[in-house]
Design a protein around this ligand. Structure first.
Ligand code: EPU
Length: 420
């Protein structure tokens, strides 16, 4: 297994290009299953998760090529069975269920199971499929959805923690080839859902309202091939903005989308990191001392759960008390005990982490537990004195394209090494 070896204390300086969004690319790649014509998807980040999605699509019978950031997908003839061995490795793969149900009227997909950030139910996805007329059976760890026909309906997708991102994507995709009008209420408003709707419309779907809590889909008989460019990754961008602040550097992100980062930029400002828009770029730099800030994760346009861990590393450096409340996933604090190994003083109280910031951080070996927790450890390691070894970085490789190369370009002393 590989690790990152970081010699901390170097302010990051320079510019990097933001990659395409992982969480937009995954459902968009799955959407290529909706047509028997080829689709070309550009700015797909080269990650283990996107490579894995290519494998899943191939296992369903699609032809998949990936070169120069463009995925060419051709699902001329497909079958609707997705094996446990594939699905369990990436929870995001559940978004193949909607397209399979729409195209074949039948999907048999392994239940993805939970993961380290908490239980990850799919009850809302299934509720949506049922509203469209699908019969759902759960047997032997698989969910089987089948329908003679899918008929438009009104579907409410709000859950315990608000809307569901991939649930909205799944129901939206299933409804594109249904009969009549589907209205999704309490739909997820994330930019990744909007990007998917844009691609589906380019394929001939009739979707309006994506990006708002009410999405309307008028079913069509057939979808055709299309080309699309994936939006920039707002979570990757936020990670580098936080890293610039944590190391007291100045970083320019080329091609970042400021509109998608409003909540993050607002909290960075509060914490003492100025983020300035310069044309299509965002520039982050410290304005004096770091300051504490209270953060609550919320569905979009609120503060994203996927940036909670990275922000915690930044706030661990800010003298004073910050309270970070996680409202989307129930156990997304795995990074807390690892940050403590670097000297951070953080206590967990129910859904909140109380960060007593300002203690000096010093390098230590730490263990990555999930994708965003790993990014938080890298940020803390970059800011800490001495050497930090972040183990199990395969978690990072799932969602950050060439993170080590990008950080090296910004002057960080970071190397990929075999775990010691
Ligand atoms: N939920 C339900 N029932 C459902 C589905 C979700 O109760 O049927 C709950 C979840 O347990 C959670 C909340 O609703 O409490 C939100 O989950 P959501 O369904 O929105 O998450 P997701 O669609 O499975 C995507 C991203 C995650 C990101 C979340 C929230 C992808 C591939 N994944 O997951 O990304 O954290 O939305 O924004 O798009 C990451 O990139 O590191 C990551 C985990």
């Amino acid at each position: 297994m590989e690790s990152f070896l970081i010699k901390g204390g170097v302010p990051l300086h320079g510019d990097i290009v933001v990659s395409g969004s992982k969480n937009a690319a995954l459902p968009i790649m799955a959407a290529a299953l909706l047509t028997d014509e080829p689709c070309v998807i550009r700015r797909v980040p080269d990650l283990s998760d996107t490579r894995f999605m290519l494998k899943i699509l191939e296992s369903l019978g699609a032809r998949a090529e990936f070169a120069g950031g463009a995925a060419t997908l051709h699902a001329r003839k497909i079958q609707g069975y997705a094996d446990y061995e594939l699905v369990r490795k990436m929870r995001g793969s559940i978004c193949i269920a909607g397209p399979l149900l729409a195209r074949l009227r039948k999907a048999r997909v392994s239940l993805p199971g939970g993961c380290v950030i908490g239980a990850r139910p799919i009850n809302l996805h299934l509720k949506g499929f049922e509203s469209l007329g699908a019969k759902i059976k759960i047997e032997g760890g698989y969910v089987e959805a089948s329908a003679k026909k899918l008929v438009g309906n009104s579907v409410f997708l709000g859950g315990r923690a608000g809307p569901t991102v991939l649930g909205t994507a799944n129901v939206m995709m299933a409804a594109t080839l249904g009969e009549g009008i589907t209205v999704i209420e309490s739909a997820a408003c994330e930019p990744e859902v909007m990007d998917l709707a844009k691609f589906l419309n380019a394929m001939g779907a009739q979707i309006s309202g994506a990006g708002s809590p009410t999405i309307t889909i008028a079913g069509v008989e057939k979808l055709h091939g299309a080309e699309h460019e994936v939006i920039p990754d707002r979570i990757e961008a936020a990670t580098f903005l936080a890293a610039a602040g944590a190391t007291n550097g100045e970083v320019t992100l080329r091609g970042a989308c400021a509109e998608h980062l409003r909540a993050v930029v607002d909290k960075l400002n509060e914490a003492g990191v100025a983020v300035e828009r310069r044309g299509a770029n965002l520039v982050a730099r410290r304005k004096g001392k770091l300051k504490p800030a209270d953060i609550t994760t919320l569905p979009y346009a609120g503060f994203p759960t996927d940036v909670q861990a990275q922000m915690m590393s930044l706030l661990a450096l800010a003298p004073g008390i910050s309270i970070i409340t996680e409202r989307i996933f129930e156990s997304r604090f795995m990074h807390v005990s690892e940050l403590a190994r670097l000297g951070a003083d953080i206590e967990i109280e129910g859904p909140s982490a109380i960060v007593k910031g300002g203690r000096p951080l010093s390098g230590a070996p730490v263990m990555a537990s999930d994708l965003r927790a790993s990014a938080a450890l890298v940020i803390a390691g970059l800011a800490a004195k001495g050497e930090t070894q972040v183990n199990r970085i395969y978690h990072l490789d799932r969602g950050y394209e060439q993170m080590d190369a990008k950080l090296q370009k910004l002057g960080a002393r970071i190397e990929r090494v075999e775990e010691r």
